[in-house]
Design a protein around this ligand. Structure first.
Ligand SMILES: NC(=O)C1=CN([C@@H]2O[C@H](COP(=O)(O)OP(=O)(O)OC[C@H]3O[C@@H](n4cnc5c(N)ncnc54)[C@H](OP(=O)(O)O)[C@@H]3O)[C@@H](O)[C@H]2O)C=CC1
Ligand SMILES: O=C(O)[C@@H]1CCC=N1
Length: 270
């Protein structure tokens, strides 16, 4: 049976998902999208062949609704949708912090809800999406969510009480790597390299390191030790990283992201 999926709120994540689903073999005719601005909706229609509809039309006609608005917009979107969503629809939230209880309270009693935290590497089919079931979501609903998000990368089921931590690690995670590349490229400039060359050296080093982390089966400590020669160059850099508290800074940074995700749970915090 054909399953219609609607993506409501087509910003960065709300575009990455249907585009990845189409790359993964989904039929554009089975995908509906909603946007606040008509020109954005038309852009997606011309780019992917998906069908723009209103939020209410999506709620009435799609088998699965994926809500990819900002957490702060989730309350008003649910107020708009709730009267139109039959209780047999699967509702998936992709928003940071928003709990399945938040959705269940605003939807018809018994509506199956799934919470997913993905990340922007969905754009290149390398997303990490963590998935948790709400009260009424069945194994089939989780499998369906995995089929959808599996089109753009890896999926992992987690208990919902780990979602805020996962948001800090993988939801926000790409930003930390981009930040590192940016900072290391600045270091290259300081050391006298042209920016474009510094960028290429760092990006290829990042790709090589990421591939080794994924494919070698080695612990990251071992991989780092293999680079760190006695009385060599790397240990001098590592000493500076430790002197500047980079490890502690990362731990504090991810804790702050986790805390903000918890804070967003109300769906109203600016
Ligand atoms: N960016 C990221 O790396 C990640 C984001 N997320 C989560 O995904 C969600 C979306 O984030 P992101 O894509 O970055 O945000 P964007 O701001 O890019 O996208 C949100 C979109 O929702 C639209 N929107 C808001 N209200 C409505 C409405 N009532 N009806 C239809 N469309 C609406 C906005 O329209 P308009 O353009 O007119 O404002 C905007 O296009 C957030 O909840 C975020 O927590 C999850 C993982 C990673
Ligand atoms: O910064 C944010 O709130 C979103 C959620 C995870 C990544 N970006």
């Amino acid at each position: 049976m054909t399953q219609t999926v609607a993506v409501l709120g087509t910003g960065k994540i709300g575009e990455a998902l249907p585009s990845g689903m189409i790359r993964g073999g989904w039929t554009p005719a089975d995908l509906l999208v909603t946007a606040r601005r008509t020109e954005r909706a038309e852009e997606l229609r011309s780019r992917y062949g998906v069908t723009p509809v209103t939020n209410a039309e999506a709620a009435k006609s799609a088998d699965t609704l994926i809500l990819t608005v900002k957490p702060q917009d989730m309350g008003s979107l649910l107020d708009e949708l709730a009267p139109h969503v039959p209780a047999d629809r699967l509702v998936i939230s992709g928003a940071a912090g928003i709990t399945t209880a938040f959705l269940e309270e605003r939807l018809t009693e018994g509506t199956p809800v799934v919470r997913v935290m993905t990340n922007t590497p969905a754009l290149v089919d390398e997303a990490m999406s963590v998935i948790s079931a709400g009260t009424h979501a069945t194994a089939d609903h989780l499998t369906h969510a995995e089929e959808i998000f599996g089109a753009v990368g890896k999926t992992l089921r987690v208990p919902e009480n780990q979602q805020d931590a996962c948001t800090a690690l993988s939801g926000s995670g790409p930003a930390y790597f981009f930040y590192l590349v940016e900072a290391m490229t600045d270091a290259g400039i300081l050391l006298g390299l042209p920016r474009d060359k510094a960028h290429d050296l760092i990006v290829q080093s990042a790709i090589g390191a990421a591939t080794m982390l994924r494919d070698s089966g080695e612990h990251p400590v071992k991989l780092r030790e293999n680079v760190t020669s006695p009385a060599g160059t790397t240990i001098n850099a590592i000493r500076e990283l430790e002197n500047h508290g980079v490890r502690a800074a990362l731990i504090a940074a991810l804790e702050a992201a986790r805390d903000r995700s918890r804070e967003l749970a109300s769906g109203t915090k600016d």
